[in-house]
Structure formats: C-alpha cells, structure tokens
Design a protein around this ligand. Sequence first.
Ligand code: COA
Length: 373
Amino acid sequence: MFKPAITGTGVFTPDQVITNDELVESFNAYADKMNAQNAAAIEAGEMEPMQHSSSEFIYKASGIKQRHVLDKEGVLNPDVMHPLLRQRSDDEPGVMTEMALDACTKALAQAQADASEIDLVICAASNMERAYPAIAIEIQNALGAGGFAFDMNVACSSATFGLQAAADMVRSGSVRKAIVVNPEICTGHLEWRDRDCHFIFGDVATATVIERAEDAKGDYFEIISTRCATEFSNNIRNNNGFLRRSRPDGVVDRRDMQFMQNGRKVFKEVVPMVSAHMLSHLEAEGVSPDNLRRLWLHQANKSMNDFIGKKVLGRTPEDGEQPNILQDYANTSSAGSIIAFSKYSDDLEAGDYGVICSFGAGYSVGSVLVKRH
Ligand code: COA
C-alpha cells in the first residue's frame, strides 16, 4: 500500500462576471415582458404575475455577490435567458475539455509533474456536454496523458467522490499519478427564468493531482482517508436525459429539464447529514475537531456553511478557518470546495489537518481528511 497525496491544484476562472445587480435587472426585464405578454390572463385571474427578483434577497439568502460565467450576453438577454456557446466541430476540443486543460495545466505545474506521467484522468462533474465518448478521454488525449480515463457524476459531490476513487487506486498501486478534473458549466442547466434559483450558479473548472506521497516534489497534503455517503432524495433534481425525445412532451420547453430544488428542505436535511458525516469520519480516524486547522466546504450557501462549521468545530469558526469563495463564484457545484482548498491551503504548516467536504444532489456527501507535509 502507498500513501496517496494531493500535490497540486488548479482553477480555471472564466473572465466574464455577472453581478447580482446585473442579474436582477435582466430578470426583472424578463418578468415585465412576460407579464405584459400575459396581461389578459393575469387580469382574468388565470395566471399569477411574475414577481421581481432582488439583489438584497440574493445576498441575504445565499451570501452570493457575483458569478463567473462562460457567456454573459445570452444569460442577460431577456429574449434568451441562457448561455449561448459557439457550435464546435467534432474535430476540435469541447468546451469542457478546454476549461479542464487550463485547470489541469495549473495543477500539474504546482505538482511539478508532466502530463505524460498521468495514468488516470477522472472527469467528475454534474453534467457532461455529451453522452460519449467520455469527456475524460478527450481530456486525457488533449493533455497527452497515458493510462485510462472515465467520467463520473455525483452532482455537487463529484469532486470528493472522484478524489476517493483516485486516492484508493494510488493507495493500491493500480495507478501512480492521477488527475481529477471538475469542469462545471452550471449556467447551462440553471433555469434563469425562475427567481427562486436564478442567482445560484456560476461556471468554473478545478483540477487536483493525486500521487504517491513518496513521488511528491514539493509540499503536499497526505490523504489520510476519505468517506462518501448517499441517500436518495428528489429535492434537487434535473430530468433532462437521453430518453427525452421518447416521452410525449419530452422535447418541449419543460421546467424540469433544468435544475430544480426545494431549497428550504435541502437546507434543513443536508446540514445535519453533513455535520454528522464529518464528525463520524473524524472520530473514526481519531482526529479531534480541535485539531482541525481548516474546513474547505462545498460552496452553496453561506448560512449552510456557518451551521456546518459551528456544528463540526463545536464553536463559531474563526476568520479563515472555513473560507468561503461563494461570494465571488456563486455555487460552482463540485468545484466549490476545491476552489476554497486551492486558494486557502498554502499557509497550513506541517502536521496541520483539514477536511475537504462537498455535498448536494443525491443526496450525497463526501469528505477528504488531509494532513500537511
Ligand atoms: N428575489 C426576491 N425574493 C425571492 C427571490 C428572489 N430572487 N427568490 C425567492 N424569493 C422569495 C420567495 O418567493 C419567498 O417569498 P414568500 O416568503 O412570500 O413565499 C421568500 O423570498 C423566501 O424564499 P425561500 O426560497 O424560502 O428562501 P430561502 O431563505 O430558503 O433561500 C435558498 C433560498 C435557495 C438560497 C436556500 O434555501 C438554500 O441555499 N438552500 C440550499 C441550497 C443548496 O444547497 N442547494 C444545493 C444545490 S446543488
């Protein structure tokens, strides 16, 4: 058995940004347009008018101030309300591969590793831009990596589940150097015409290099252990899929073909699930929460993270103990906890412990206990 270690991380951040004010202005223009179009039905009491969104609500309810996106113009156009991406030929890299390459190149540079040394690529994300061939294999090819590659999807928990898979393979020796990459184009599956959720997501890609600790060329985080858990729930769901055209009204513009959630229920049910999961993981490893230097949590909602941090540490986390990035990136699904880890882990000292933890649809929760070397 070998000790698996995280030796590098990388983040690709799209240039374009949408602030809450810009988002709300376009949403309200869309709502006004719809209300004008349906004035007679609204007047007759057959239809409820659409209500305006508000920047104050968004920040207060979520902690989000802005989001990075691949295409701002389409999302903010009240006549479009979704990203518009260029049609690519099958002979050029897909958009997920392009984002992934940027994040992987940064992660490999930090690990001082060459892409040719990689013998496992896992593309772990909430959505894949096509059914097959696997996006991971396209990324493997574009990187010039060897070995094998596969896609996996556990929604917001994809990154930690991917880390567990890669760490277990490095530990057993079936793989020597792996990269887990999370290209998340959340703007593609968000319903921008629904004020309950239109503010939630942004786009990003993250990558993490996992290899034997003995192969590390610089500072690294030993992966002490990982723990994953799932419990079925319909509270976060997207019904889009390959059987769409086979259903009577499958191809029409249906609300359930984009992200849907019962946010209140998710909040109430996931917070205790995640806190208990992390505490039992730590207990099994004999690591007291008092010995944790940092929590890198999934970035969906600030209050959610405040609750989880308080429950796990048994006190209100101090500044910097549980860094949030969601104010700048919004929810980036599986990538959120890895962005936090990538940006806020350099200052840890040898012997410090931390936990990367993600959670979301499924329900699913994954935690990775790491120790700085
Ligand atoms: N602007 C203004 N008001 C809004 C609004 C908006 N954009 N969206 C909703 N509201 C209104 C609602 O209609 C509701 O009005 P009512 O009280 O008159 O019915 C009120 O604000 C409260 O809405 P609610 O949806 O209950 O808000 P919330 O406090 O639960 O916050 C979330 C919403 C989504 C931010 C929160 O529930 C959450 O973060 N949940 C967990 C999300 C999560 O982790 N998801 C995982 C995704 S992978």
